[in-house]
Design a protein around this ligand. Structure first.
Ligand SMILES: Nc1nc2c(ncn2[C@@H]2O[C@H](COP(=O)(O)OP(=O)(O)OP(=O)(O)O)[C@@H](O)[C@H]2O)c(=O)[nH]1
Ligand SMILES: [Mg+2]
Length: 326
């Protein structure tokens, strides 16, 4: 490994530790505050410290390459890494502290100041959750359902993932645990018809939010994107279209996640992104790549498997946790 690559790999690990530590410590009211003050992750160093190392010996020929490698190793993507390095370079930055300040403001600016709140309009408001298999859709639905129910919503879940019999069972188990009703069809049923039935039930029960689970794969050779499009159309047939189509991306899949995001973003009318499993990844920078590439706001992040492990995505906090100097 070249020294640059070594720095990159270390940074990637440190970045994840920083994100995790900051998210766990929590800066929002709904965040658990039971993490110890000093954790092994924090002791290992963060992206800020690594950037300090890059600039530590003053500006040299390799500084900008090292910075770019550092960012790439945290998975911010080539286009974003190049743009960030260029931004820092063009400001005539000369020391680590200044570099980090400029980098922070450029990273936050890269996210933009778009509205990241969930659009919960309509009665019921409809949220469709899409993504490749295993990305974390069902778990995210449980977390979101729990959050909305705790805020006074009457929530119903629709199990339109009919690919596996166990998929509806999984959602039903969550429903039981959380005290939330789940509408499902028979295994192999047309997902759009399950979605339709779930909406009818939600209306009949006076639910304020319907969250619809979908499959990441299909039984036959039908096109998944067409199928998801059909679900969304059916849900909007005699009312407004679903307010949210949330794409769940597994934060541990790196550039692969980006490829998925492109496919879903183009075809399924995605309105928001959830990045799951940020607790298990060295690649928090994927958030920058995804938003820049898709132009769709990241709204939520998943940081664990329990119902409380859902956070609003706040760019400033996210970047601070990536860059924090511990
Ligand atoms: N650590 C961690 N694990 C997660 C998170 N979100 C989901 N998982 C785990 O990831 C695995 C897959 O999650 P699911 O919610 O079943 O994923 P899915 O997209 O519904 O999968 P399919 O139904 O097969 O398409 C499960 O073991 C979850 O517990 C997260 O934020 N952090
Ligand atoms: Mg699922």
């Amino acid at each position: 490994m070249t020294p640059v690559l070594v720095v990159g790999v270390v940074v990637a690990i440190a970045a994840a530790a920083g994100v995790l530590a900051a998210l766990r410590r929590g800066r929002r009211t709904d965040v658990r505050r039971d993490a110890p003050t000093v954790t092994p992750e924090r002791a290992r160093g963060g992206l800020g410290e690594r950037i300090a190392a890059v600039f530590g010996t003053g500006l040299a020929a390799g500084t900008w390459d090292a910075l770019e490698e550092t960012l790439l190793a945290a998975d911010v993507g080539v286009a974003t890494a190049t743009a960030l390095v260029e931004a820092v370079r063009s400001r005539g930055v000369s020391d680590a502290e200044e570099a980090r300040r400029v980098l922070r403001s450029e990273m936050v600016a890269a996210f933009g100041s778009t509205d990241r709140s969930l659009r919960l309009e309509g009665s019921p408001a409809v949220v469709v959750v899409v993504g490749v298999n295993g990305s974390g859709k069902t778990t995210t639905i449980a977390k979101l359902g729990a959050r909305l129910a705790a805020r006074g919503h009457r929530v119903i879940l629709g199990a339109a993932d009919t690919f596996r019999a166990a998929a509806a069972d999984q959602l039903e188990a969550w429903g039981e645990r959380l005290g939330i009703e789940v509408i499902s069809g028979s295994p192999g049923a047309d997902p759009a018809s399950v979605a339709h039935d779930a909406l009818a039930a939600a209306r009949a029960r006076g639910a304020t939010v319907l969250i619809v689970d979908t499959a990441g794969r299909l039984h036959d050779k039908r096109n998944l994107m067409d199928e998801l499009g059909k679900i969304v159309r059916v849900l909007g047939r005699d009312g407004p279209p679903p307010g949210e189509v949330l794409l769940v991306i597994d934060g541990t899949t790196g550039q692969n996640g980006l490829a998925q995001a492109r496919a879903f973003g183009r075809s399924a009318g995605v309105t928001g992104v959830v990045i799951s499993k940020l607790d298990g990844t060295a690649r928090g920078g994927i958030a920058l790549a995804v938003e820049r590439e898709l132009g769709v706001p990241i709204k939520l992040v998943g940081v664990g498997e329990s119902p409380a492990d859902l956070r609003d995505f706040v760019p400033g906090e996210f970047v601070d946790s990536l860059l924090e100097d511990r």
